[in-house]
Write a new protein. Structure first.
Length: 332
């Protein structure tokens, strides 16, 4: 608790050895507090934190054998790259010769062989991130905590580092817990994702299952875009009767768009067709996104851009269709 505010409540989770677990949620959901509890920067008001069966709830952070990577990198500005990497080894009493060997090996692994003598201020953002990761991994901690690790990088560099982090995790096999609000980052890196809301776990599952089978409308809308078909002006044909407190949902990329006079598809018996009017068309490089008015709802349709693709401008009447099996029922 922070004063009278309960940041996290009723939280129970288990992280498997070698697993990459991501805690995902909007600001104020409690995800950072969970990381601070695991790191030892915040003490729980009640409950236990167990690592390999041992309680660490009362153990201060500096006595926990863990690696931590912060969004700000937190590199020592007065030390070179090599000295930054040596620091955790020196704190563990490792001899100089062994420290040097391990530092050189780690620099090679993160592709920074020629930069060991540089100061952090002489490195790019991506290079600083690699040093931070290397420093966290070099002492072979049993688990790694990542606090918005790629948040300070631009989009292209962030995507490159996602691949690098995934490769490092595969190579080292270290149990990793990452906190982020970036959905793409979570989907790319994780073996399993926890979605948090208002201090509680909303849903836990694999990236594929969370995206394809969200349990609630909150998860559906937070993890990607979602069309909630509450008042669409038509009956969702794949659903006979909705349970109270639930709504049908379909992802934008599951909807196909065609001219209003186009012939139906070969598998039309398995599809639902509705008519609509294009309200807006947004070109976003590899994707083209449409907002289409259907009855009283505005549906989002997302298509991959191709050379021979028909482009529908605002005001054009169109048909939308989707496989009935692609509709999901989620709790409100």
């Amino acid at each position: 608790m922070y004063g009278s505010v309960t940041a996290v409540r009723g939280l129970s989770l288990t992280v498997g050895r070698g697993e990459f677990l991501t805690i995902l949620g909007p600001s104020g959901s409690g995800k950072t507090t969970v990381l601070m509890l695991l790191a030892g920067f915040v003490s729980p008001n009640q409950g236990e934190i167990l690592i390999a069966g041992n309680s660490v709830a009362a153990v201060p952070s500096y006595r926990r054998d863990q690696g931590i990577v912060f969004q700000s990198y937190a590199l020592f500005p007065h030390l070179t790259v090599c000295q930054n990497l040596e620091f955790p080894l020196e704190m563990r009493g490792m001899k100089a010769a062994e420290r040097s060997t391990r530092v050189n090996r780690m620099l090679d692994r993160v592709h920074l062989n020629d930069l060991g003598g540089r100061m952090p201020s002489q490195l790019s953002g991506g290079q600083q991130q690699r040093v931070a990761l290397a420093r966290a991994l070099i002492a072979d901690p049993p688990f790694l905590l990542l606090d918005e690790p790629l948040g300070a990088l631009d989009r292209n560099l962030r995507e490159q580092m996602q691949i690098e982090m995934k490769n490092l995790h595969r190579e080292f096999g270290i149990t990793s817990i990452c906190v982020t609000h970036d959905q793409e980052e979570a989907l790319t890196l994780s073996d399993r994702i926890i979605v948090m809301r208002a201090g509680q776990i909303e849903q836990t599952d694999t990236p594929e299952a969370l995206y394809d089978r969200p349990a609630t409308s909150f998860v559906a809308k937070f993890l990607g875009e979602a069309n909630i078909l509450e008042t669409p002006g038509f009956r969702v044909e794949s659903i006979d009767k909705l349970r109270p407190g639930t709504v049908p949902m379909i992802r934008p990329e599951r909807i196909s768009l065609s001219g209003h006079t186009a012939r139906k598809r070969a598998d039309a018996a398995h599809r639902q067709y509705v008519a609509g009017t294009v309200v807006d068309m947004i070109y976003a490089g590899p994707l083209r996104k449409y907002h289409v008015r259907v009855g009283s709802s505005l549906l989002v349709v997302r298509e991959n851009v191709t050379a021979e693709q028909t482009i529908f401008q605002p005001g054009v009447n169109v048909n939308l269709d989707w496989l009935r099996s692609d509709v999901r029922v989620v709790k409100i």
